[in-house]
Design a protein around this ligand. Structure first.
Ligand code: ATP
Length: 217
């Protein structure tokens, strides 16, 4: 089995999340992507974050008609801040031993990973898939090499053929260029506050949920 773990605040989930993860699913031949909404995101301003249960509900609605997607409520069940390292440990306990599990994240998140709890340990546990994202085009390979060397380990080397960083003991870090979707939850929340149309930025069922629950106004 091949699994992708895709965590986020999903505040709200949007077509950027959905479409790029579909591309990754296909490219890495993943059987299932687990969407993992965070309960208490350690890195976001609290007052702008919708209730975790609402974000979980919206994520469920968004993937309900997609094959090979599941939504995990593990970070809501756990108490305290949502640390990815705890989620990875959880999945490695519950998934069969021969499961190949990848952690999926956008380039903007990757460049902040050195602020995450026990982040160095993540790289020893599972391979990472780093997706390109509009707004991070200026990040050049050399800059990434330096970041990885300074913050994670100076024993990675870059393999051009696979566009990936390899390490003797740590797991690989794959760089993947996906279709650019210039969509962010911040922008969507702003459009809702301004009562502007969302113009296909989020699935219809999610938009209906936001309107009926009166979120982000
Ligand atoms: P916000 O605007 O509130 O910061 P966001 O749009 O970045 O939210 P998150 O839920 O924080 O959404 O993102 C979850 C993960 O999805 C992160 O790793 C992020 O980098 C990635 N991601 C979000 N939008 C895109 C996109 N359009 N393209 C590629 N990756 C994305």
């Amino acid at each position: 089995m091949r699994i992708g773990l895709f965590g986020g605040t999903f505040n709200p989930i949007h077509f950027g999340h959905i479409n790029v993860s579909k591309e990754i699913k296909e490219q890495f031949e993943l059987d299932t992507i687990y969407m993992v909404p965070s309960a208490i995101p350690p890195h976001k301003k609290r007052q702008e974050v919708a209730d975790a249960q609402d974000r979980l509900n919206m994520t469920r609605l968004a993937v309900s008609n997609l094959d090979g997607y599941l939504v995990s409520d593990i970070e809501l069940i756990r108490s305290g801040p949502s640390y990815t390292i705890d989620t990875i440990n959880h999945f490695s306990k519950i998934l069969p031993e021969n499961t190949k599990t990848y952690l999926i994240l956008g380039m903007d998140s990757f460049l902040e990973i050195d602020t995450w709890m026990s982040y160095k340990e993540l790289f020893t546990k599972l391979p990472l898939i780093i997706m390109s994202r509009p707004g991070t085009e200026h990040v050049k390979l050399q800059q990434l090499k330096t970041y990885i060397q300074e913050k994670i380990s100076d024993n990675y080397w870059f393999q051009e053929k696979k566009n990936c960083f390899l390490h003797q003991t740590n797991r690989s870090i794959y760089l993947v260029t996906v279709t650019p979707y210039d969509i962010s939850s911040t922008e969507i929340r702003k459009l809702i506050r301004q009562q502007k149309p969302l113009q296909n930025l989020i699935p219809e069922q999610v938009e209906q949920y936001i309107r009926s629950e009166g979120l982000y106004i």
